[in-house]
Design a protein around this ligand. Structure first.
Ligand code: HEM
Length: 547
């Protein structure tokens, strides 16, 4: 009896807490809505719970086009359980440029990767990561290129092995992921740790693995209660055995490495300082930790590396996959890229038929391929992106855009990327691979019409590294393998982010007898030519012999 009463009291307590929280949530929504009574048009919706979410998801192209044409550059939309402000064109730039809005805060509301990975002090970490990339990675790209290419090659071999016959790969993404993880690892954690298979595998998969724990917020009632989402994300970071395991593997690997580097820096005058991001981070952050809290220091290094991994590996792999898929969709473009490759290598005094990728694809060579660069920019521009890059007003006062639209504290602005990439000139919805050749717009250049890397002072600092990796991967693959897609490649418009459908990609190494990847497309062509020449010579000799 006593137990029943206790249970009833607990139940009542829970119901009261839930009621208070729900009422408070709706109260805050109400305050936000009244602040937004500024004449900004709203996309009409009849379902006050789901808003326009279902209609948008069914056909995002038609939806975004229709309402952007009807309502203009700034409007409001009830999406994913809340009212958002949508900003396009110059208003999008205003949001990117303003310190009142924060992309990381906006993104974390619906997908808190940091919380789910058990990272606490994310704000400072993102700032430190940005600094490390700007001050260390970008100026050293040329130095890093041979190391990256060597590791991209190893990543490629990890998945494809030594091909002795054509191989069909039903999903190219894991291959690109592996290459990117391996290529990035050498820069992030150094030449020794990048050989640690466990670390590379975690770098490769951690974003997808943790992403799978997301409560599929579009369908979930949790989305109505952002603070509950926050708790949910945090609880994964605190209690998930998988996350704990992944953190432990990296921590166990970096701890002795950091200890060894610190000891060498102190005691060994002949020690050669390693060149990688880890070393930079040790030197930047090490002095603020004393010997008593070394464990805390190692954990901070772990969190810092995780931020770097989340920002870089999945994004680069996804976009690399998109570029390769476009090429498979337009195989004639591969021929043009090979021609460009051939010319650039010969002009630099290199024989395209000799040597490994690492000997040929230097920083300068990759830089001198405008067609390849244009294909990358064009493929990324045409990604299915609509209302993206949520930016939250982080002030405790209203922020007013220059057209008078009010964004209340904690209010979110979605950037209308679809407008930036598809509206304006008539042909913008078409794939024109060489659109940007001879233009002032390399793939790394952000602009109002190209928001893949954001814009403004928080625009992606890793884009030079990412594009360099993607271009090198494409160069390696088209040189050494015959790529083809026997069935149509479908670029998804809604839902999934990666190209899919009933298709396979055939990897057909040009020289099937070789056990290394040194044999090239050009070598293949030359072999064919030689064989043809031999045949012709034999045919010519035949009458002579007969006579
Ligand atoms: C194709 C691959 C990539 C894409 C599409 C991409 C995209 C983005 C976008 C959209 C942002 C937000 C920009 C904004 O708020 O205006 C961003 C930020 C960031 N990215 Fe990338 N990124 C890529 C690769 C990388 C790589 C390889 C690194 C590291 C080497 C990196 C590091 C970062 C960091 C540290 C930030 C936060 C910057 C800040 O808040 O100040 N990203 N990225």
């Amino acid at each position: 009896m006593a137990i029943t009463t206790q249970q009833q009291q607990q139940k009542m307590g829970l119901i009261t807490v839930a009621t208070v929280i729900t009422a408070y949530t709706f109260y805050r929504q109400l305050i936000k809505l009244s602040a937004m009574n500024d004449g900004t048009p709203v996309v009409p919706y009849s379902d006050s719970w789901k808003g326009s979410t279902i209609e948008f998801r069914e056909d995002p192209v038609t939806f975004t086009k229709k309402w952007t044409e009807k309502l203009g550059l700034v409007y409001r939309i009830h999406l994913y359980g809340r009212i958002h402000t949508v900003a396009s064109g110059k208003y999008a730039r205003e949001v990117f440029m303003s310190d009142d809005f924060d992309f990381v805060v906006g993104t974390r509301k619906t997908f808190d990767m940091f919380g789910m990975a058990g990272i606490i002090n994310h704000h400072q970490l993102v700032e430190e990561t940005r600094k490390a990339i700007v001050q260390h990675v970008n100026p050293q790209l040329k130095y890093y290129t041979p190391r990256v290419v060597e590791n991209l090659t190893i990543g490629l071999q990890d998945i494809l092995g030594d091909l002795t016959e054509p191989k069909e790969v039903s999903n190219i993404f894991p291959l690109i992921q592996r290459m990117v993880a391996r290529g990035s690892a050498t820069v992030f954690v150094g030449e020794k740790l990048c050989q640690n298979d466990q670390i590379v595998s975690i770098m490769q998969n951690i974003t997808t693995d943790i992403g799978k724990m997301h409560p599929r917020y579009h369908q979930s009632w949790l989305i109505k209660f952002p603070w509950m989402m926050k708790l949910y994300f945090k609880s994964i970071g605190m209690f998930s055995a998988e996350v704990k395991h992944q953190r432990k593997v990296i921590l166990d690997a970096i701890t002795p490495e950091i200890e060894m580097r610190q000891a060498n820096a102190r005691n060994n005058p002949n020690w050669e300082r390693p060149k990688d991001v880890l070393q930079e981070l040790i030197e930047i952050n090490g002095p603020s930790y004393n010997n008593n809290n070394q464990k805390e220091f190692y954990t901070a290094m772990l969190d810092q590396l995780l931020v770097l991994i989340f920002a870089s590996v999945h994004t680069t792999s996804e976009n690399g996959t998109i570029v390769i898929s476009r090429l498979l969709q337009h195989p004639e473009v591969i021929d043009e890229l090979l021609e460009e490759q051939d010319q650039v290598l010969r002009k630099a005094g290199l024989d395209p038929n000799q040597g490994n990728s690492v000997d040929l694809f230097t920083f300068e060579i990759i830089k001198n391929m405008p067609k390849l660069d244009s294909v990358c920019r064009e493929s990324l521009r045409l990604r299915s992106q609509f209302y993206e890059l949520a930016h939250t007003n982080i002030r405790n006062h209203n922020v007013v855009l220059s057209n008078g639209t009010v964004v209340p504290p904690d209010g979110d602005v979605l950037i209308n990327v679809w407008h930036a990439h598809n509206m304006g000139e008539d042909d913008l919805t078409q794939f024109k691979p060489f659109r940007f050749v001879n233009s002032r717009y390399p793939a790394t250049k952000v602009s109002d019409q190209f928001l893949v890397f954001g814009e403004g002072k928080h625009s992606c600092p890793g884009r030079w590294f990412a594009i360099q990796e993607i271009k090198t991967i494409v160069s390696m693959l088209i040189r050494d393998y015959k790529l083809s897609a026997p069935e149509d490649i479908i670029f998804p418009i809604a839902g999934e982010r990666l190209p899919h459908g009933k298709w396979i990609q055939s990897f057909d190494r040009y020289n099937m007898t070789s056990s290394t990847t040194t044999t090239t497309t050009n070598a293949y062509k030359e072999q064919e030519q030689q064989q043809q020449q031999q045949q012709e010579q034999e045919q010519e000799r035949q009458p002579l012999l007969r006579s």
